[in-house]
Every structure is written in C-alpha cells, then in structure tokens.
Design a protein around this ligand. Structure first.
Ligand code: SAH
Ligand code: MG
Length: 196
C-alpha cells in the first residue's frame, strides 16, 4: 500500500497530474475518522490518489469517485485494483455535470476537486445528495496563492480561473444553507457544513 502510494506520487509528478497536497489529504483523513464519515462522493478522481487515501482512512468508509478523462479513469481503476480496494471504491467514468446519480443516494462527505472554474455548479448540483449534517470539502481554494490577487495577474486564462475561485469563495461566504470555514492547508481547503 505504502509503495503504491509512492508510485502514484511519482506518476503524478512525471505526468503533471494535480493530486492533492499531503497536508490537505491528512486533514481530510482525520476529518473522516473523527466525524465518522461512512460514505464519500468525490468529484475529480484523477488517478485515484485521494480516493484511495480516503477509503483507507477508516475500515467502514466507501468512496464513489467521478472522472471524465479516459486515461486518468483507466489509471484510477488500475490503482484501486492494485490496492485491493475495489469493494470500497466505485469509479465512475463520466462528466460530473452530466451524470445523473440515483435520486435517493446520500453522502456524509462530498469532496469537490475537479475543474476549478465550475465549483459553484458542482456545489449546487451535488448539495442535494448530502445527508443531514453532511459536509462539502473543496480543494485548491488558494490556487497556488493567486486567490485574492487576481487583479495583479496578466495571463488572461489564469486571471479568469482565479476570479472564478474568488467568486466561489464569495458564494460560500454568502451561502445561507451552509456554514463555511476556510483552512490554509496545502493549496487551501473549504469545509462547508449544512445548517439545520
Ligand atoms: N482528487 C484527485 C485530483 C483530481 S485533479 C487527487 O487529489 O488525487 C482534477 C480531476 O478532475 C482531473 O483529472 C479532471 O479530468 C477531472 N475533472 C475536471 N472536471 C470534471 C468534470 N466536470 N467531471 C469529472 N471529472 C472532472
Ligand atoms: Mg486538488
């Protein structure tokens, strides 16, 4: 298992796959253990790194993870098998904005870690699948330190992306249904708890 994780880190490094930072996944694994999360929905599997670590954080946690890129999906399936986690991780090959999950599914934790420009869309679409007291965690809220600095960015694409993350942060801060805390862990995490 340790060796598989190291191999995934090497692969991510070599092929520029943006896997979660160590500090952030450690935070999420602790969160899963202490709040007794039983099932997780992840948007953006990449090669399965975070899904595998979340599934390993407690004996009775299961993960459904969605990935739209075929190469990454295949790599994710391969890694899940290597780790012997096929029973705990369900990998779905689809665009998360097009997928129709069964209406009755509910999750304790939804982890948003896909296209950074679409965070509000993911949040609005998937919040209905939370259990009462469920939590939505989002990664890359600081986006390499650019967030909050968008006015100083010259590159058009980067500026637009960072502005979208800034809008997502405002959306979370103003959200009446969720109470959000922001954590300076890794590339920045937000933790949004559904209110009563
Ligand atoms: N959670 C992973 C990293 C995910 S990187 C980890 O930490 O190990 C983000 C991934 O989201 C990419 O592989 C990208 O292909 C995928 N993605 C982006 N938009 C998506 C969408 N709309 N639906 C499904 N997957 C998406
Ligand atoms: Mg990420």
């Amino acid at each position: 298992m340790k060796e598989n994780i190291l191999e995934m880190e090497r692969y991510a490094n070599e092929f520029n796959v943006p896997i979660i930072e160590k500090e952030s996944i450690a935070f999420i694994m602790r969160f899963i253990k202490t709040t007794k999360v039983k099932n997780v929905l992840e948007i953006g599997s990449a090669i399965g790194y975070s899904a595998i670590l979340m599934a390993s954080s407690s004996p009775d946690v299961t993960v459904t993870t969605i990935e739209r890129d075929e190469t990454r999906y295949m790599e994710c399936l391969k890694n899940v098998k290597k780790c012997g986690l096929e029973k705990k991780i369900n990998v779905v090959y689809q665009d998360a904005l097009e997928l129709n999950l069964s209406e009755d599914l509910r999750y304790d934790l939804i982890f948003i870690d896909a296209a950074k420009g679409q965070y509000i869309k993911f949040f609005e679409k998937y919040k209905h699948y939370l259990n009462p007291h469920g939590v939505i965690i989002t990664d890359n809220i600081n986006f390499h330190g650019y967030v909050g600095e968008s006015s100083k960015i010259d590159s058009k694409n980067l500026k637009s992306l960072v502005e979208k993350i800034e809008s997502y942060i405002d959306f979370l801060k103003e959200n009446k249904e969720f109470e959000t805390k922001f954590y300076d862990k890794g590339d920045g995490l937000s933790v949004s708890v559904a209110k009563e």
